[in-house]
Design a protein around this ligand. Structure first.
Ligand code: NAD
Ligand code: WQD
Length: 352
């Protein structure tokens, strides 16, 4: 199929584009490079031995999106483009609503104009809100987020649900990612946060490579087995495969697609297992043969003690489940960081 991938130069997008190309799909990446580098496209090509088409553009440019969809005779869209830093969203709510909500609306209008009605949307476990019982299940109602980032995901999911209810020709999947981590085993693509990493594993790998002095563990007194928070960490390679599985399910036609015409479909993409911060640190040290200096710091505002996915629906309906474990996640994350101490845009080092 011909797939338009918005945000395809980013962390999850790049890994998914590799998987799409390796599955034989034709891919056109659209990215404004606000949080990524064009070099990611070259590295995708090096891994997949096929170079995706690439256009530097903004999803908020509805005319440009419409033209791309029409010229390519696009079959489906995977929409990664957006801003994703929770803390930043509190400081810059308008930027987040403009990028994530208005940007999604712009893309949907372009899809409607080009009569492309198959979409996989990057959603997040954050849509369940802080009060949902664990493990999170897709049948639970959308929650109330405590930050503009989470609210932007809830708003787009609500819009998609209304759109699908209004016109059964739309086939839309909202994939609710839990905590994606790791990197492609080649070490050529990976997570490259700008500035100080918000997320746990990128911070650990930057400590390991000498860019940060030590890890601050936000809270050691939670009501969890070791006092640190539990999360459902998922290898980004598994996450990429989840997108292909969702695309396949949406693209089945007629009787073959039991989901067709049933409105917006949401699937959790997680392992169904909670891992603590200390378990992450210990596993990283053991697998990569090093010590990560850390100190227990005060709790981070907004953090939940523990949540993970009920991942059974994706297994039942998509035939997808996570294959890779925490050891592969920390191994591959370090392989990427050790080859790219400064991330993209800087020469690789001989450090392997
Ligand atoms: P990322 O920042 O690495 O990738 C996003 C990409 O979108 C970047 O390449 C950026 O340049 C591009 N972009 C941003 N705004 C754009 C715009 N207006 N027009 C065109 N391109 C634009 O982030 P990621 O971790 O790959 O996340 C991808 C998607 O998955 C996001 O929607 C994010 O909210 C969602 N998500 C991420 C996580 C996570 O932990 N990484 C978890 C749940 C959901
Ligand atoms: C994981 C655990 C921290 C950094 C976030 C977003 C969520 C989604 C995924 C977009 C927590 C602890 C972290 C550090 C630490 N993104 N930690 N020291 O908060 O579960 O989810 O990323 O959709 O929306 O909220 O992930 O990696 O930030 O934190 O102790 O330097 O690691 O307190 O317990 P989180 P995270």
């Amino acid at each position: 199929m011909q797939i338009l991938v918005t945000g395809g130069a980013g962390y999850i997008g790049a890994h998914t584009v590799v998987a799409l190309l390796q599955a034989g799909h034709a891919v056109h990446v659209v990215d404004n490079l606000s949080n990524s580098h064009a070099s990611a496209i070259e590295r995708i090509a090096e891994i997949a031995h096929v170079r995706p088409a690439f256009t530097q553009a903004d999803v908020r440019d509805t005319q440009a999106m419409t033209a791309l969809l029409q010229q390519d005779a696009t079959d489906a869209v995977i929409h990664f483009a957006g801003l994703k830093a929770v803390g930043e969203s509190v400081q810059r709510p308008l930027a987040y609503y403009d990028n994530n909500v208005a940007g999604s609306f712009s893309l949907l209008k372009a899809m409607q104009a080009a009569q492309v009605r198959t979409l996989v949307f990057s959603s997040s476990a954050t849509v369940y809100g802080p009060l949902a019982p664990v493990p999170y299940q897709e049948t639970m109602p959308l929650g109330v987020a405590s930050n503009p980032y989470g609210t932007s995901k809830i708003m787009v999911e609500q819009c998609l649900a209304d759109l699908c209810a209004s016109d059964t020709r739309w086939s839309v999947a909202a994939l609710r990612y839990f905590n994606p981590i790791g990197a492609h085993p080649s070490g050529l693509i990976g997570e490259d946060p700008q500035g100080i990493p918000n997320n746990l594993l990128p911070f650990i790998t930057q400590v390991a490579v000498g860019r940060r002095a030590q890890l601050s563990i936000f809270g050691g007194d939670y009501d969890t087995p070791d006092g640190t928070c539990l999360r459902d960490y998922l290898h980004v390679m598994d996450l990429a495969q989840g997108h292909l599985a969702a695309l396949n399910a949406l693209s089945l036609t007629g009787e073959a697609n039991a989901l067709h015409g049933r409105g917006l479909q949401a699937w959790n993409l997680g392992t169904g297992k909670g891992t603590s911060v200390l378990e992450m640190v210990r596993t990283f040290e053991r697998i990569n043969g090093m010590t990560i200096p850390y100190a227990i710091a005060p709790r981070r505002e907004g953090d939940l003690p523990a949540f993970w996915a009920d991942a059974s629906l994706a297994a039942q309906q998509l035939g997808w489940h996570a294959q890779l474990g925490l050891e592969e996640m920390v191994r591959d994350a370090w392989h990427w960081q050790s080859r790219n101490p400064q991330g993209y845009g800087k020469p690789e080092t001989s450090l392997r």
